[in-house]
Design a protein around this ligand. Structure first.
Ligand code: DAH
Length: 344
């Protein structure tokens, strides 16, 4: 009889049920009136007196174990049932409203992406800068008008003592200097960032805006390299049919300098109000890095040469998306921002 109980104990231990019906069948098999445990109870009468204690204890153990196991399985079923009741798979998903990427970020990422494919790495520098990195190291003469208080925000030391040394950067060209002072060529970097100018805010001017600067310095870098990079950039950004033209210009930090126009992407170059009927729109400034700038930043201008270019991200975004009021970019009007949902 001990052997029989042992066997049932093992069976009970291994018991599993896949459904409530199976569980009920197990209960009937072991614990009902006509079940295995009661059957053994009936046989107990015939156990010799000297074994009664041992067998009795075993039998009780079996009864308790069977009861416990069946209760445990039942609980498991009940909690699973509850879970199922709460989970309504036909319910519609919780409405999570997603934000949209800002149009300036979309355009910035696109510019970075194009230059990254030409081997440019991202660099950055501080927005609160010193005069050296923004102006002096970029070859601005002491009396250059850009240093004038009309253009530059100066950081005050205290209420009536204005420091002319610490300013808000007026262009990302300062990052050129930040990189060159710490790195020897080859340098091939692109730096997106925010710049500040003391301008009255209107539909076409803002006190802050965004630029992307590119700088390439190495041995034998020529104007041809610049022109090729510009053409590739313009065609990737505005479409393969885009033409470019370079007009001579002046910047303190490049020599020679140029401004680049692209064929108007609104009228395709035929002439329209947007391009003032010229067929061309200006998009960036560029040139060969002035040897003075290389020397001022610790690079030997007899060994190395380079090109640089800088563009306004708002300007590119205007051309791509025809946003004709600059202020929209910084007003956080979600109706405007939502229009760019599909743009990336
Ligand atoms: N820093 C110029 C600006 O803010 C843009 C610029 C022009 C950057 C020519 C350049 C460059 O690197 O070569 O208007």
């Amino acid at each position: 009889m001990i052997a029989k109980i042992e066997q049932l104990l093992q069976e009970v231990e291994a018991m599993t049920a896949g459904s409530a019906e199976e569980l009920e069948a197990l209960r009937i098999k072991y614990l009902s009136k006509k079940g295995a445990v009661n059957g053994l109870m009936a046989d107990f009468r015939n156990v010799p007196a000297e074994q009664k204690k041992e067998v009795g204890m075993k039998l009780n153990e079996l009864k308790t174990k069977a009861q416990e196991k069946i209760n445990a399985l039942k609980e498991q079923f009940e909690s699973q049932d509850n879970g199922c009741e709460e989970m309504d798979l036909t319910r519609s998903a919780y409405p999570v409203s997603l934000g949209t990427r800002h149009p300036l970020s979309i355009v910035k990422n696109e510019i970075i992406d194009i230059f990254a494919r030409m081997g440019f790495n991202i660099a950055d520098g501080p927005e609160v800068e010193d005069d050296w990195h923004v102006f002096s190291s970029m070859n601005f003469a002491e009396d250059h008008p850009a240093r004038d208080m009309q253009d530059t925000f100066f950081i005050e030391n205290n209420a009536d003592n204005v420091s002319h040394n610490i300013i808000l950067r007026t262009h990302t060209s300062s990052v050129q200097s930040r990189v060159m002072e710490n790195t020897q060529p080859p340098i091939r970097i692109i730096c997106p960032g925010r710049v500040y100018r003391n301008e009255a805010i209107s539909y076409r001017a803002h006190a802050f805006f965004h630029q992307v600067e590119a700088l390439y310095v190495d041995k034998n870098v020529s104007f041809t390299d610049l022109k090729q990079a510009l053409l590739l950039f313009a065609q990737e950004m505005f479409g393969a049919e885009t033409k470019i033209r370079l007009r001579p210009s002046y910047f303190p930090f490049t020599e020679p300098s140029a401004e680049m126009d692209i064929s108007c992407n609104i009228c395709g170059g035929k002439g329209c109000p947007f391009c003032k009927h010229t067929g061309w729109v200006e998009i960036l400034g560029c040139g060969m890095v002035d040897p003075n700038v290389l020397e001022l930043n610790g690079i030997d201008s007899k060994v190395y040469s380079g090109y640089a270019l800088g563009m306004g991200i708002e300007r590119i975004a205007n051309l791509k998306y025809r946003v004709n009021d600059l202020r929209l970019f910084s007003e956080n009007d979600t109706r405007f921002l939502k229009e760019f949902e599909a743009a990336y």
